[in-house]
Design a protein around this ligand. Sequence first.
Ligand SMILES: Nc1nc2c(ncn2[C@@H]2O[C@H](COP(=O)(O)OP(=O)(O)OP(=O)(O)O)[C@@H](O)[C@H]2O)c(=O)[nH]1
Ligand SMILES: [Mg+2]
Length: 394
Amino acid sequence: MAKYTNTKPDWVPENADKNFATSVMSGIDGIKDLTVGNINPDLGTTGFRKNRMILDVEDYVKGVAAGDRMILSRAITLIESNSPRHFPKAQRVLQELLRRTGKALRIGITGVPGAGKSTMIEAFGNMLCDMGHRVAVLTVDPTSSVTKGSILGDKTRMGTLSRREEAFIRPSPAGGTLGGVARKSRETMLLCEAAGYDVILIETVGVGQSETTVRSMVDFFLLVVLTGAGDELQGIKKGIMELADAIVINKADGDNRTKAQVARGEYERMIEYIRPATRGWQTHAYLVSALEKTGLKELWDVIRIFENTTKENGAFKMRREGQLLDWMNSMIDEHLHNLFFDDPVILGRMPEVREAVLKGAVSPSQGVAELIHVFDIHRASDRHVDLLHPEGEG
Ligand SMILES: Nc1nc2c(ncn2[C@@H]2O[C@H](COP(=O)(O)OP(=O)(O)OP(=O)(O)O)[C@@H](O)[C@H]2O)c(=O)[nH]1
Ligand SMILES: [Mg+2]
């Protein structure tokens, strides 16, 4: 550790405390430790000087809890890591922060590509920040190949929001299965809550299974559609409408406004035949222009009424509890699946059993029974034990 002495300039107040960061160092010999370079060694542990250093669990926990955006970003990167080496550390960070989570309102936003989700999040998010909220925006996009493109698109589309102190924007992790992306997004959401964001907006493109996944992690689910509901419903399946707590007809501006009003009527009629997504709540269709920023305040009012209603009738709590248990169940599925299919004994027997099934010598059920018979879960677990109980992990 380098030795240095502090000298105060003349103009420093007589009784200035140690946080009055104007001490001048006499010089440093041998910079090995980055902390030495800090003018005021008493400044907190969450500052810039940790930038390139390895953070320990406590650094992450303190930094996230203090709302330090850079440490939050790094904690998310840790959570997103596919390296088994990072997994236990990430889980310890999460564990420590868990009691700070759960207080945010979680809102999912889906809709066909180009419906205006990102534009709406930009306008809506800015409005919420102006109202004093802190907003985190996440995306769930399992199609990794286009992720890079949409990050660039969203950087420009959410240009003003991304520069705000009260907002935090984090795109979907690249690559992996929808299940993997979903776990990371859930945990990222928890980290954002622990960092003090009280509204979480999660965008997902309405194709495939991702909207069901996002529905399973949010309190309120919003479907963004365009006019021309008659046009084969723009490929929107009845299934997606059944997930929605509100349907927003976007781009209700200019010449499109009248058409949007017609579409609203059409959606309202369709909704009548659909089971409500949330107990005690009637889904409706609303007009919005993300571009002209109209209908957004009204939408927020709807969401607040939803929150009050479902908190009063118990649906809010029940959904959150159900989501937690479903999440745990799906992780058990995934874990058992991995234990089974990574087990060398199973891998060894598999070709033989597969062949026997294909030949018709044994039924698939018999094949499964045979594999399960040789599967020793303790043996398989032992191979994963390093992952779950890290000794001396740093
Ligand atoms: N006229 C009008 N155009 C809009 C409105 N909202 C979005 N747009 C335009 O629609 C296009 C698509 O908007 P995005 O916000 O990127 O749509 P998205 O749903 O996020 O699209 P993906 O992320 O690709 O699924 C952009 O050119 C926007 O400028 C609106 O309210 N009115
Ligand atoms: Mg988008």
